[in-house]
Design a protein around this ligand. Structure first.
Ligand code: FES
Length: 765
């Protein structure tokens, strides 16, 4: 029976207890925002929070889709005071002439893109690289001040200073007022994203008013002498050239916003990264052993505990997010920290994995046209800090029993102190001063996926069936390996070969990974090489695990279909469904029992659910019969040879959408032959950029070349990672991810393989 007193959302739906109790300023969210919203990711991914008057969005795909559509989800409230000020505080602000308006952060289209385009030059990678020597010099000088002390509060003694000095230098602002700007920035955060008490509101209002005036004075000085170096000088010059685009009001608002934003998030990110790595000592030591992992470690820590926790958007029309009705005008708190821990997107999200190959897909820098412009300068600073510390203070430890304090606010997170200690007698430079000259040469921008490998050992290798070997893999020093989920695969790299294999071992055993390799006599040589060369005790490299063939665990009935070696992901799915006590059947076809892997294990573990079809025994798998009596909500998962999947694909046109899921072993995509292809244009609607795709180029490569981050993995049209929505234009689909009915809808494509049939595609990107 409905409780009459139960609170209702603006759409009239009852508000759950968890949704009503959620508090962004206190309790768990304040300590660990990702953990505080775990219940939401699992049960209620979009909910109305009456305390804040906002809809909270917690899952990765939903947060990303909000970022992606900056028309439907306007950024206009991003800098609005989340806690309204009392009348007196408003009067104080007015007395300073405070009138913060639109900046790049909270501006709608088309003005936003127009401005972003005329201001972006200083953010190209070559320009940013010029700041590297200054960051290296400052880092060394600051470390020199405490290297022999044996203890330090890294926030006070380094992490809050260097990002501020570099930010001011980048902007072209003198650092003589650095201390004042820092305290103003804190007030700006409290004013915009915090919950000051009525008494505190007055002090905050004075600080913010002062900040506004100082920002105005700096702008006036720059306008009087606009030839200086730095991004804000460039902005002033662009104001003179394009006064209607870079307006007077914009200059003043942007100066204030950027003075705070350009350093605070990097300062917080630095302290978070060091704390997280020192709390996970084995990761710290791994980095000390292999500094090449630094760029990925930075991204992984930004994912695991980023300094930007949440952002805000406002719906401009009635819509839905994650199936939940959202009314026009609704205010949204999109929680990046929660999205970054969404297990639907990241395997083992609550573990730090320095080898995670999709870690750069974290949302800490935002996504889409409003993505943080300073992300690459922040990356450069963070890499230099970490590089210097693991070189000069590898024996650094966190001081025990310290309490970490965070400023209560919705959006930014970093401890105000970080106490560390070490034994100066153990400083490596005392033994070998030359280590100070050692420098890693990281390229600018996000880390390349092609450089992220995990070294593992083959612990056991045995024949599983004719031409199939079973390979067990373990960590070289016996540590546990990251967890994996049914449907996951690994990339195995040995010699010149890099091949993908589904994991098929025991899901609960984290000491080993297990894969099965079929020797393909007509293949490209990789599987033959692995059969001939691999032996127990070999050290090999792997990528992953990652999962592009994820099992939806919410259905009640499942049909699992495997052909040949396609049994490998299917057996893991069967194990999982058994564990979940679901209704499932397995249909497994092969040439003969002797060529079919895992038959005995399947009989033992899944006997009642198993149907075998060895052709040699005259048994054929009849797909029409197997799928003939589909129950409502039934899911079909299939892996096997092309003809099996094609047949299922054709049959799926009469099934409810989302019934069939399949995984291909390999791509059929051939090399692009420019003689047979044509060039075309791709318009990126969210960013307003038009890209020319030449006849010998993929859409993905053309988009990446203009600096737009599109996630990708296989680059062969089989994994689904590079999918984008298509707004207009005829698509020449060449992937093996979308089913035929999905392709007919012509509203999405895989950018790594599919192309335009005509001269233009419009993508919502
Ligand atoms: Fe895998 Fe495009 S990157 S389908």
């Amino acid at each position: 029976m409905e409780n009459k007193d139960q609170m209702k959302s603006p759409t009239g739906c009852p508000i759950s207890h968890n949704a009503a109790a959620f508090d962004v300023f206190e309790g768990e969210y304040h300590i660990n925002p990702a953990e505080a919203l775990k219940w939401s990711r699992d049960e209620e991914p979009v909910f109305y929070n009456p305390k804040l008057g906002y809809w909270v969005v917690s899952r990765y795909d939903d947060v990303k889709s909000v970022f992606r559509d900056n028309i439907l989800f306007s950024p206009c409230i991003a800098l609005e005071k989340i806690t309204p000020a009392p009348e007196e505080a408003m009067e104080v602000l007015k007395s300073y002439g405070y009138a913060i308006n639109r900046t790049l952060v909270n501006e709608d289209e088309p003005a936003h893109m127009e401005r972003r385009r005329v201001l972006m030059d200083s953010f190209n990678l070559d320009e940013l690289e010029k700041h590297k020597p200054a960051i290296q010099k400052l880092t060394k000088e600051y470390m020199d001040l405490f290297i022999d002390k044996g203890e330090a509060d890294l926030v006070a003694e380094m992490f809050q200073d260097i990002p501020l000095i570099i930010a001011l230098h980048f902007l072209g602002v003198s650092d003589e007022d650095a201390e004042k700007i820092r305290s103003f920035s804190v007030a700006h955060t409290v004013n915009t994203w915090g919950r000051p008490t009525p008494e505190e509101q007055m002090g905050v209002a004075h600080s913010v008013g002062n900040f506004w005036q100082v920002a105005g004075e700096i702008i006036e000085k720059m306008k009087a002498n606009p030839d200086g170096e730095g991004w804000m000088y460039h902005t002033v010059r662009q104001h003179f050239l394009y006064p209607d685009i870079v307006t007077e009001s914009y200059l003043h608002s942007m100066m204030m916003a950027i003075l705070a934003a350009a350093h605070e998030t990097t300062s917080h990110a630095t302290s978070n990264i060091f704390r997280v790595l020192l709390e996970n000592r084995d990761k710290w030591e791994e980095l000390c052993d292999n500094p090449k992992l630094i760029p990925n470690a930075i991204e992984e820590c930004l994912r695991y505990e980023g300094s930007v926790v949440a952002w805000r958007r406002q719906a401009t029309a009635d819509t839905k997010i994650g199936g939940v009705d959202i009314p026009s005008g609704a205010r949204l708190l999109i929680v990046l920290a929660s999205a970054n821990h969404d297990e639907r997107h990241f395997e083992n999200p609550d573990e730090i994995d320095l080898y995670r190959d999709n870690t750069t897909e974290h949302l800490t820098f935002g996504y889409g046209s409003h993505q943080c412009m300073g992300k690459n300068i922040a990356r450069m600073e963070l890499r230099i800090f970490l590089e210097e510390f693991i070189k000069r203070l590898p024996h650094l430890k966190l001081k025990a029993d310290q309490e970490y304090k965070f400023l209560p606010n919705t959006s930014f997170r970093g401890s105000s102190e970080l106490w560390v200690e070490w034994d100066p007698d153990q400083n490596p430079e005392r033994l070998d001063p030359d280590i100070l000259r050692v420098k890693q040469d990281f390229k600018m921008g996000p880390p390349s996926k092609n450089e992220i490998f995990r070294r593992v050992t083959i612990s056991d290798l045995s024949y599983e069936a004719d031409d199939i070997i079973r390979v067990k893999i373990k960590h070289p020093s016996g540590k546990t390996l990251p967890k994996w989920s049914a449907g996951s695969h690994l990339g195995l790299i040995v010699g010149d070969y890099n091949r993908k294999y589904s994991l098929c071992g025991d899901l609960s055993d984290h000491n080993y990974y297990e894969i099965a390799i079929l020797k393909e006599h007509d293949g490209r040589g990789g599987s033959k090489y692995f059969h001939d060369a691999l032996k127990s005790g070999d050290m090999v490299q792997i990528v992953g695990p990652k999962n592009h063939f994820r099992l939806d665990e919410n259905a009640d009935h499942y049909i699992l279909i495997a052909g040949g070696i396609g049994i490998t992901p299917i057996i893991a799915m069967a194990d999982r469904l058994k564990e979940l006590n679901k209704d499932y059947s397995i249909h497994y076809a092969g040439r003969s029992l002797s060529t079919m892997a895992f038959v005995e294990r399947l009989k033992n573990d899944h006997g009642n659910h198993l149907n075998l079809y060895p052709k040699e025994n005259g048994l054929r798998m009849n797909l029409h019969k197997i799928t003939g009596t589909l129950q409502a909500g039934q899911q079909i998962y299939a892996c096997g040879p092309e003809r099996l999947l094609n047949e299922l694909d054709e049959m799926s046109s009469s099934w409810p959408e989302g019934t069939l899921h399949y995984e291909h072993f390999s791509s059929v995509t051939s090399e692009l032959n420019s003689d047979h292809e044509h060039a075309f244009e791709v318009e990126l609607m969210d960013t307003g950029i038009t890209v020319n795709v030449s006849a010998d180029q993929t859409v993905l490569d053309a988009i990446l070349a203009v600096g737009i981050d599109v996630p990708y993995d296989c680059k062969e049209g089989i994994c689904g990672t590079c999918e984008v929505d298509v707004f207009e234009g005829e698509i020449d689909h060449r992937d093996q991810v979308l089913t035929s009915s999905e392709k007919r809808k012509a509203n999405r494509m895989m950018t790594c393989s599919s192309r335009a049939s005509g001269n233009k595609l419009k993508l919502t990107l």
